[in-house]
Design a protein around this ligand. Structure first.
Ligand code: ACM
Length: 552
């Protein structure tokens, strides 16, 4: 028995609003879940009931048969509209069992994540280490609710494809940390990852590249293996449904007018054909910002409307991300077609063309009951009402957007780009960007002091971004995300004091327990002492940086 993970004192991450261990925590009694424990799920809590049966059922060989809420030895799930949205209350009492009440189905689900942590690290395994062992938790009451409604992770599956299983696993890991938005970066210069029925070449051609740059774009090395992959529409429906069962919204990103070379390689008429021979363009094999951007033509607009029609059919998310970042203007400057359009519409030069693109899709999405969100460059040239901004070039874009009455998701590259290195040591695998340690992320504050209380209401929340130029698969993704995503999740969920006053020592103490959970989940995180030998990538050039935002 001693070798097994048994009930443990259970530090919670992210930290809840309040936790009461009854008699001061001296010797709380233990609530046991056993073969007889029933599960009583009120209407609206079915997803959580299914999740508990699948997860705790597997980890402890518990059948959790249906039961009634009033009976003893019952795990009861209920809704209570007086609780905050996404909030929950967990009561564990040895006399009757565990009662989980949520302000919404999401609240009940987040409460179930807390319950799993309270049951010890074995609750994070997929089969029972000791099927006869009745897991338990100390008697207690936890009351909790998130600080932000948008607690996101952006996954770049364009630079390196992440097969569907990896995405589902990522959703599980997000749920375990109470994150609720997957910003899914599906298209870029280096790959198109979403099946579009009307335009099959987007994936036949656009999902594959001949080779990949190994490391930073200045690196002389190439990975000569062709790379690619895409999600079929059924894969995406599965991903969206799997996320929804975990109270996670998938926000798709389809990039316009820059970061579009893969689409142009598939359909050359989308490019600036009067400037370059777009028929010879390939899906890009290196990193950076491609000069090959969309032509500002009606053909392009109709094409992307058709693409977005299929996107809307697949993704119920209110927000649809259209990129909008890093659109070089050289081709538009040289293009007679682009210049005619500027003259015809009396636009403010090439910058005006960029906002003409964005405004078109802003209206188009609004007409269909959706809302546009884009990177902060979309502010340049003015934004239509209702559009929201992902602030990545520091806080500035987000501050300007909030002051102008737009909603904002804070994701400044200097703070929460998790592809950036997490230590100054040369042992870090393909080190790029700033050094951003676990402590740096823990001290990240999504709401800048420049905003008034009213303007701060515009900050919907925050997200961590994981760009994948230097992340070529699951092990690298695990390494870059963890443990920092855990600190990020606490920043997004918990009501922490101001950055300097945050108790990082307490967080690291709780992390010692959390690492055991991550081990049970099989997450290849960066150990506190630095990369394990197999996590290093000696000889692959990165680009350590400490000035203005780099582009890999
Ligand atoms: C970005 O990092 N270009 C949004």
């Amino acid at each position: 028995m001693t070798a097994l993970e048994t009930d443990s004192p259970t530090a919670l991450i992210p930290a809840p609003l309040s936790r009461d261990l009854g008699d001061g925590g001296a010797r709380p009694r233990t609530v046991r879940l056993g073969a007889q424990t029933a599960l009583a799920a009120a209407p609206g809590t079915e997803d959580t009931a299914r999740w508990l049966r699948a997860t705790l059922g597997a980890a402890f060989a518990l059948p959790l048969p249906p039961g009634s809420a009033e009976a003893p030895d019952t795990l009861t799930l209920a809704l209570d509209a007086t609780l905050p949205a996404e909030g929950y209350r967990l009561d564990a009492d040895a006399r009757w069992g565990v009662r989980l009440t949520g302000g919404s189905p999401a609240g009940v689900f987040w409460g179930a994540q807390t319950l799993r942590q309270l049951l010890g690290p074995a609750a994070f395994r997929r089969a029972a280490l000791d099927p006869g062992h009745a897991p338990g938790l100390p008697e207690q009451t936890v009351e909790d609710a998130p600080r932000f409604g948008w607690r996101g992770l952006m996954l770049d599956v364009a630079r390196h494809f992440l097969p569907k299983e990896g995405v589902l696993r990522c959703l599980d890991l997000m749920a375990a940390h109470k994150l609720n938005v997957l910003h899914f970066h599906l298209t870029d210069d280096q790959g198109w990852r979403i099946e579009v029925r009307r335009y099959p070449r987007l994936t036949e051609t656009g999902a594959w590249r001949e080779r990949s740059k190994l490391g930073h774009r200045d690196s002389p090395l190439w990975d000569p293996r062709p790379h690619g992959g895409y999600y079929t529409q059924d894969d995406l429906r599965e991903i969206v449904a799997y996320a929804a069962e975990r109270q996670i919204t998938v926000v798709p990103e389809i990039d316009i007018p820059g970061h579009s070379q893969a689409a142009i390689a598939a359909y050359p008429e989308l490019g600036n054909t009067d400037v370059i021979d777009t028929t010879s363009l390939k899906v890009w094999d290196t990193w950076g910002v491609s000069p090959n951007v969309l032509a500002p033509t009606d053909t392009t607009l109709r094409f992307y409307e058709h693409v977005l029609e299929e996107v809307l059919d697949l993704f119920p998310s209110r927000f649809v991300h259209v990129g909008g970042d890093e659109c070089p203007k050289e081709q538009w400057r040289a293009s007679a077609t682009a210049q005619e359009r500027i003259a015809e519409l009396s636009l403010d030069g090439e910058d005006g063309l960029q906002s003409w693109f964005i405004r078109h899709f802003d209206r188009w999405l609004a007409d269909r009951g959706r809302r546009l969100i884009g990177w902060d460059e979309i502010l340049e040239g003015g934004l239509a009402e209702g559009a929201a901004v992902s602030s990545w070039r520091g806080y500035e874009g987000g501050i300007a957007a909030a002051k102008a009455g737009h909603d904002v998701v804070m994701c400044p590259s200097q703070q929460v780009y998790l592809d950036y290195r997490q230590h100054a040591s040369p042992d870090e695998p393909v080190p790029i960007g700033y050094v951003r340690t676990l402590e740096d992320v823990y001290r990240f504050e999504p709401v800048p002091p420049q905003l008034t209380r009213e303007q701060a209401e515009r900050v919907l929340g925050t997200q961590a971004n994981a760009w994948s130029e230097a992340m070529d698969g699951q092990p690298r993704l695990d390494y870059q995300l963890f443990p920092r995503l855990v600190a990020f999740a606490e920043v997004a969920w918990s009501r922490l004091p101001a950055p300097k006053a945050r108790d990082y020592q307490d967080f690291t103490r709780r992390m010692t327990e959390h690492y055991v959970r991550l081990d049970a989940l099989g997450v290849g995180y960066r150990p506190p002492g630095g990369p394990l030998p197999w996590q290093r990538r000696p000889g692959i050039l990165g680009r350590p940086f400490d000035g203005s935002p780099p582009n890999v």
